[in-house]
Design a protein around this ligand. Structure first.
Ligand code: THU
Length: 160
């Protein structure tokens, strides 16, 4: 028998004003994208912004549906928009933020498991890490340096 440990590194910023300017701008784009979130059921509005190697920012937001599972998270709307418009462009970073109509979200909202798996696909494809910044409506920002840090034991193409 052997015990092993995953070592997950991340960086914390006290709030979005502590981010370097490029990351601050990306987070502001994520926050602006919240405005077009369609979340009449959860009232939980999420925005995501992706920075590509060509300097373009592609945004997304959650899109809900009366048939609940037919809705989609902001991160996957954003990454699929980026990949469909710029299929060969390296994804450098994604920033995620949130605003709930029900309560003040003070904790950083991390991407759900399905979004981590989806984002990881593009990290594996491009053989370069994607940085992930996430925050709440206020408060600290978490920066993960790679999808691998957010998704230990990930399933990828090497299994197929
Ligand atoms: N949601 C996201 O957009 N991203 C996440 O990573 C977590 C959840 C959305 C899905 C749904 O519209 C609402 O938040 C509540 O779960």
């Amino acid at each position: 028998m052997e015990q092993r440990t995953f070592n997950t590194q991340f960086t914390l910023f006290e709030n979005i004003n502590d981010l370097p300017s490029e990351d601050f701008n990306l987070m502001q784009s994520a926050r602006n994208a919240i405005a077009n979130s369609y979340a009449p059921y959860s009232q939980f509005h999420v925005g995501a912004a992706i920075l590509l190697a060509n300097g373009k920012i592609v945004t997304g937001n959650n899109q809900e549906n009366a048939a609940y599972p037919s809705g989609m998270c902001a991160e996957r709307v954003a990454i699929w928009a980026a990949s469909s418009q710029y299929p060969n462009e390296v994804v450098k970073k994604i920033a995620i933020s949130v605003k709930s109509s029900i309560k003040m979200v003070e904790k950083p909202v991390s991407p759900c498991g399905a979004c981590r798996q989806t984002l990881l696909e593009y990290e594996v494809k491009q053989k370069e890490p994607i940085e992930v910044f996430f925050t709440g409506e206020v408060g600290i920002v978490v920066k993960a340096h790679s999808l691998v840090d957010l998704l230990p034991f990930a399933f990828d193409q090497s299994f197929l």
